[in-house]
Design a protein around this ligand. Structure first.
Ligand SMILES: CSC[C@@H](O)[C@@H](O)C(=O)COP(=O)(O)O
Length: 350
């Protein structure tokens, strides 16, 4: 299948003009209606963009975390208290969203650069410039990592699609958006879709709408249509009937944090899909970079789950009605057929 990946925007970019850095983001709150970019040189605005989901998806917020520390370093470079103010900003940035470990990972990458630069006697401005280079590197590396995840995933799907000497293109189901928009470019779960589609292994992708914020209905279907991958949108409660009809060959999703035992946190609703896939004997794949694996978290029970604003579920409160809005759930490792990373494929249950 001929894909049009050039139609996909770069989710996050960095620019330096006249010594002033800025971050340019696709504003994901405005998609699919309009493709507009947010530009900021203020780390606090970047933190707000992470909180409001203007930039979202674990790898993208990892890059945004490092970028926000970089913006703070430029802001504080010419005044007193550089190291203290920068660390205070780093803490605030790392706390913007709790579940995706990539955010803390990105902030820690920036902390390492600051530590090394300051130990080597770099000035605050030189340190800020080193952070700028880090941000550029993380953006480039993220695409490389995703393309590797894509080729490992395509190898898995090749086996699934092989039917005698023929290839039977697969129907895949995904949840939320683990696509190019959730990363610097290319995507994790959708990176596997792109790499596989280019080999003729994909017939169609079914995208769950992904209540309450509709990342599937707003972002995944837009992204796949832009790229030229056949896509069908369905409501979250339609997956079981699709599986029952035998129309799903594999489920593929991303992850926000994978614990040491292989339990994986991802967008709320992922667990239900994994249970269904298990019932129907359908392979359930998680695609994520190594930066999403958090070996300091023993199991899924230790993963902090973000609790978001009730208004996302019920915009107009009804007196006497309580609302739950956990943004993520945890799929136990025994329901995961394989975790696909840039380093290869891990079967957590084995
Ligand atoms: C490659 S993105 C993987 C996950 O971050 C993704 O599936 C997801 O759950 C995103 O949630 P979001 O709340 O939109 O940031």
């Amino acid at each position: 299948m001929e894909l049009a990946l050039n139609n996909l925007p770069r989710t996050i970019a960095v620019e330096l003009e006249g010594g002033v850095p800025s971050i340019v983001l696709v504003d994901q709150c405005r998609l699919p209606g309009e493709l507009v970019y947010l530009r900021t040189s203020d780390w606090r605005e970047l933190v707000d963009a992470v909180k409001t989901l203007a930039v979202r998806g674990a790898p993208a917020i990892g890059v945004a975390g490092a970028a926000a520390v970089m913006l703070a370093a430029f802001e504080y470079a010419d005044g007193d208290g550089f190291d203290r103010l920068l660390e205070e900003a780093a803490r605030a940035i790392a706390a913007a969203r709790p579940t995706a470990v990539n955010l803390v990972w990105g902030v820690n990458k920036a902390r390492e650069v600051v530590f090394e630069a300051r130990q080597a006697g770099a000035s605050p401005r030189e340190t800020a410039e080193a952070l700028y280079r880090l941000t550029e590197d993380l953006i480039a590396e993220d695409e490389t990592v995703n393309r590797r995840i894509g080729s490992h995933g395509a190898a898995l799907l090749r086996g699934l699609a092989a039917s005698g000497t023929q290839v039977r293109p697969l129907n895949l189901l995904t949840h939320c958006n683990a696509g190019s928009l959730a990363t610097a470019f290319y995507g994790t779960a959708l990176g596997v879709v792109y790499a596989s589609a280019q080999e003729g292994l994909v017939n169609r992708v079914y995208a769950d709408e992904t209540r309450p914020v509709n990342q599937g209905a707003r972002l995944t279907v837009w992204e796949l249509a832009q790229a030229g991958v056949p896509v069908t949108l369905q409501c979250d409660n339609m997956a079981a009937s699709l599986m029952e009809k035998g129309q799903v060959d594999a489920v593929i999703v991303g992850a926000d944090r994978i614990a040491a035992n292989g339990d994986a946190a991802n967008k709320i609703g992922t667990l239900g899909l994994a249970v269904l896939a298990n019932f129907y004997g359908i392979p359930f794949y998680v695609a994520a970079p190594m930066s999403t694996i958090d070996c300091s978290t023993k199991s899924g029970a230790d993963i902090p789950i973000e609790d978001r604003d009730r208004a996302e579920v019920l915009p107009d409160p009804i007196p006497g009605v309580e609302v739950r809005n956990p943004a993520f759930d945890v799929t136990p490792y025994r329901l995961i057929t394989a975790i696909v990373t840039e380093e290869g494929v891990w079967e957590p249950a084995r």
